[in-house]
Design a protein around this ligand. Structure first.
Ligand SMILES: Cc1cc2nc3c(=O)[nH]c(=O)nc-3n(C[C@H](O)[C@H](O)[C@H](O)COP(=O)(O)O)c2cc1C
Ligand code: SF4
Length: 440
């Protein structure tokens, strides 16, 4: 399929992370046009493009930017832009490549976005384990300062912007935007109830936009090519291209950019290089570890866009989506499992992660994730009874939507979907145990 590579066009070029090569490839070339536009015009282009946030929820970026109160309603407070570079979800590894290979593209996106949002201090909040990427980002930021793309009076426009790279301590929960803000402020990295939404009251109780790395890196292309060119790619409700990080039992794991709406079967064959010889597709988690697992059959008839994945159902009721064979596009972490996969073992491993990473504020999540993990260990070890599967399902249903942040649902959906689609494998592990037989 022929389509413009918005994010990956220059990947693989030697020294792309250094300013001279980045500039040769057009990075920072969109700044003069952006500075010639009114801030509201930039926001309008982003709104018209239909760009949806690439951090997982797919919320329209321009709409989010529109929630920032106008200057007269800010009580003199500054607006902040935070780039969410936490990327700690199992199976998701696209942002780290973007920052490692083309850091100046992200910086250019942040400059243009800051101009649109009246931001004069912006941050890249990066996961603690990515210290080597943080160092590369810092080098790129320093180069951008030296060239006059950051700092005072950028390119003579009168616009000032300072950009800081902030390294977290390595906690998955700090990827949640409100936890990220608390962590940046020097507080414990724990989520907060919304509202207030960060766009109205975020970092230092000031209006704050949190956007994903990939989201911000798209902005220069939008300025150069316009909203209509972006909308011409993808589907009407999921426009543009998206990065997918493909892993698991495939011949070519990696990060691939494809237009949204791309057929999953084609992605598996062409981009991922297909399965290993003699293997059959069993399951795919299409959007990072937090989304429901799909059977091979359901995946192969899906397209890679938000609506197709959700079977055109509203996102709130994950059980309906799971029953319809769907999932979520999430962050695009495409985890492929062939017929050698033990689904009980896989889910147990996943729940170990969630039980460990729960921040502990909400009882359903703090206690529930640990219980689900313990039950799964017993199922895996053939020590559980059929009734335990009912308890497991009940726990997942009672965690979902009953917590402060979406982490609870992220831990529940893998359990709900595995028990729905791979029930036989779980039953097989418990059926020998007479206690509670028939209950499941
Ligand atoms: C537990 C948890 C972890 C998250 N991790 C990330 C992350 O690593 N990167 C990210 O961009 N968004 C992450 N999010 C989503 C953010 O809260 C937020 O929606 C996102 O950064 C907004 O950016 P976008 O509008 O560009 O998608 C996470 C959410 C939760 C609940
Ligand atoms: S859902 Fe879990 S991770 Fe999120 S705030 Fe509650 S306890 Fe913390």
């Amino acid at each position: 399929m022929d389509f413009p590579r918005i994010l990956t066009a220059n990947w693989g070029l030697p020294e792309l992370h250094r300013l001279p090569v980045a500039r040769q490839r057009g990075v920072y070339g969109r700044l003069p046009r952006a500075f010639g536009m009114a801030p509201s015009e930039i926001t309008q282009v982003v709104k018209d493009s239909g760009l949806r946030g690439r951090g997982g929820a797919g919320f329209p970026t321009g709409v989010k930017w529109g929630f920032v109160p106008p200057p007269e309603k800010r009580n003199g407070k500054s607006v902040y832009l935070l780039c969410n570079a936490d990327e700690s979800e199992p199976g998701t590894f696209k942002d780290r490549y973007l920052m490692w290979l083309d850091p100046h593209l992200l910086i250019e996106g942040m400059i243009i976005s800051s101009r649109a949002l009246d931001v004069h201090r912006a941050y890249i909040y990066i996961r603690g384990e990515f210290r080597f990427i943080a160092r590369r980002l810092e080098q790129a930021v320093n180069e951008a300062y030296d060239a006059g793309f950051l700092g005072k009076n950028i390119l003579g426009s009168g616009f000032d912007l300072d950009l800081h790279v902030h390294v977290g301590a390595g906690a998955y929960i700090c990827g949640d935007e409100t936890a990220l803000i608390s962590s940046l402020e020097g507080e414990k990295g724990q989520p907060k109830l919304k509202p207030p939404f960060p766009a109205v009251e975020g970092a230092w109780r000031s209006p704050t936009i949190v956007n994903n790395v990939e989201t911000l890196a798209v902005v220069p292309w939008l300025i150069e090519n316009g909203a209509a060119a972006y909308k011409a790619l993808g589907t009407p409700t999921s426009p543009g291209t998206k990065l997918f990080s493909a892993s698991g039992h495939i011949r070519k794991p990696g990060v691939y950019e494809v237009p949204l709406g791309y057929p999953a079967a084609e992605f598996l064959e062409k981009e991922c290089g297909g399965l290993f010889p003699g293997r059959k597709l069993k399951a795919v988690i299409p959007g990072g570890s937090s989304v429901p697992v799909m059977t091979a059959e359901n995946l192969l008839k899906s397209n890679l866009d938000y609506e197709s994945m959700q079977r055109n159902l509203p996102g709130g009721d994950s059980n309906k989506i799971i029953d319809a064979g769907g999932s979520y596009l999430g962050s695009g972490g495409f985890i492929v499992m062939d017929d050698t996969t033990d689904m009980v073992e896989g889910l147990t491993n996943l729940l170990r992660f969630y039980a460990h990473e729960s921040c502990g504020q909400c009882t359903p999540c703090r206690e529930g994730c640990g219980w689900m993990y313990q039950i799964l260990c017993r199922v895996r070890d053939r020590e559980a009874s059929p009734g335990d599967l009912l308890v497991l399902r009940d726990l997942a249903d009672n965690i979902h939507s009953k917590t402060i942040c979406f982490f609870g649902a992220s831990a529940a959906m893998p359990v709900q979907s595995h028990l729905t689609h791979f029930r036989g494998e779980f039953l097989e592990r418990v059926q020998h145990n007479a206690r509670g037989a028939g209950a499941a």
